[in-house]
Each structure stands twice: as structure tokens, then as C-alpha cells.
Design a protein. Sequence first.
Length: 133
Amino acid sequence: RMNKRESDLDILEVYNNVEYRINNDITFKVGDCLSDTYKNSGFITAYNPFGKKHLELHNTIKHRELLDEVISNNYKYVNEYGSLFYWREEHILIHKIKKEQMDLLMVKYEQLAYIYIDGESLVKLVINPLVEI
């Protein structure tokens, strides 16, 4: 397990305040409830592993690897993004994916957390079990 870092709390607070977007017309945050269309969907990025800022080229390469994996597993997906003030980060919205599969992607791509829209259409923050909070 990774040791708890003071900055992890700040980053996880950011996740709760980020506005995630779908098709540029639906904006949502953790705790919101979306339409049934998005039940059992995940929202994830490969940018900035473990919340550490990386160069854009590194982020682009890692995100492309994630996208290639999503495509090779035949998931339906949409390229989207999350934003907060001036910050914007590419994300992938993966439709009809089990939470366990999202957990594997989170760990593989070294993310602190991801967004999961559960069977009740509730937007939840799922935290990486390797991060002690």
C-alpha cells in the first residue's frame, strides 16, 4: 500500500468538485443522479498517475493505452473530460462495465480514483485501495 500523502486528500477533494461532462450538454458531479442511460458506466482517465503531474506527452501516451484497452475489450465508450476552473483532463466514459473491471483499470493505470455510475444511476467516487485515506 502507498503511504498516505497530504496531497492525496487535496486531490480526492478535487475529484468531488470536478464537473464531468457528457456530450458537452450533460454536466455532473459526484453524488448526482443521472438518467438510466448511464447505469453501470465508468468514467476514468490515465492522466497524471497517482495524482502526480506529468508532461502532456506522457499523459497522452498513457491515455491512448487505456483507450486501446477499452477498444480491444469491445466496450462502448465516448471520449469525454472532467474540468475544474482552468484545469481540464481527458476521460473515457465506458458504458455497461462492471465495477470490478473498472477497479482493474484504475489499478493498472495508477489512478487515485474513478467515477462509477451504479445500477441506481448514482454517481460515485471509487477510491484506489492502494491509497490509504
